[in-house]
Design a binder for this molecule. Structure first.
Ligand code: BT5
Length: 239
């Protein structure tokens, strides 16, 4: 059973999930109508005024070795739910974006809480009913409302995404059938096979995305033919 916590405003649903984990709560879904300090990877700002879906799923998996697969599973759940509810086709950009024609609709942030017990928090931020965005992301972000000019129920989307995600979590992740998660993810990922640039801490790498390995790292074939693994970073793809 999963308990749902819904707040009008939080700093971040990830923070609330962490607070609940410290109290021993697990199997919880935390939602906020708005976040005052929403965050992305590497402590980047995540814009989360009202009209979006801001949610964290707090889990206590037996296996915390493969949590990158939970990011993949979350992205697939988002793509499928958007399709089901709005008929809009979206794609996944490695490792954690759901986009529509190159514009970012959703970002996923998977974090660990280590302690006497280990928890995982899967944060999902999805732009739903916004009509516009702050200037720093205006050219790179989009919302479902901007795409199809219709207001959508954030609650329906949240329910759908959690159902999809928890099905995959219980039937594949917890049963260690990780290949099934990758197989599904690859159906929607449009990074593989493309010429890309990867912005890493150590500079920009250019090459062709060949696939992902068993740790969900990206396999990049450099222009000199060498294949390297990219564990984290931001990629640029031309659509
Ligand atoms: C992500 O990080 O894409 C993960 C975002 C996770 C947000 C959810 S909301 C619920 C939960 N609570 C939180 O506090 N976080 C999670 P990253 O790949 O690092 O992308 C961050 C970048 O996306 C920023 O640097 C901006 O360029 C851009 N960005 C910020 N806000 C955005 C928005 N609302 N829509 C699209 N792009 C945005």
């Amino acid at each position: 059973m999963y308990k749902i916590y819904h707040f009008k405003s939080l700093t971040s649903t990830q923070d609330k999930a962490r607070e609940l984990a410290k109290k021993g709560v697990d199997n919880a879904i935390i939602l906020a109508d708005m976040q005052t300090k929403g965050r992305g990877r590497f402590q980047r700002k995540w814009h989360s005024d009202k009209d979006g879906l801001w949610m964290s799923i707090l889990l206590k998996p037996k296996n915390i070795q493969n949590i990158q697969y939970l990011t993949f599973a979350a992205a697939v759940s988002v793509v499928k739910s958007i399709k089901k509810i709005t008929k809009i086709n979206t794609n996944i950009k490695w490792p954690n974006d759901v986009h529509h024609k190159g514009k970012k609709l959703c970002g996923i942030l998977t974090e660990n809480v280590f302690g006497k017990e280990n928890y995982v928090i899967v944060g999902i931020g999805l732009n739903v009913n916004q009509n516009k965005f702050p200037s720093d992301i205006r050219n790179i972000a989009t919302s479902i409302k901007i795409i199809n000019n219709k207001k959508i129920s954030i609650k329906d989307l949240a329910n759908n995404i959690t159902d999809e995600f928890l099905k995959t979590y219980e039937n594949h992740y917890n049963k260690n059938q990780l290949n099934n998660i990758t197989k599904e993810w690859k159906k929607y990922c449009d990074t593989i096979g493309k010429k890309i640039s990867v912005v890493t801490k150590n500079g920009i790498l250019r090459g062709k995305a060949m696939g992902v390995d068993e740790n969900c790292s990206l396999l990049l074939k450099l222009d000199n033919g060498k294949i390297i693994k990219v564990i984290e970073g931001d990629i640029k793809v031309r659509y």
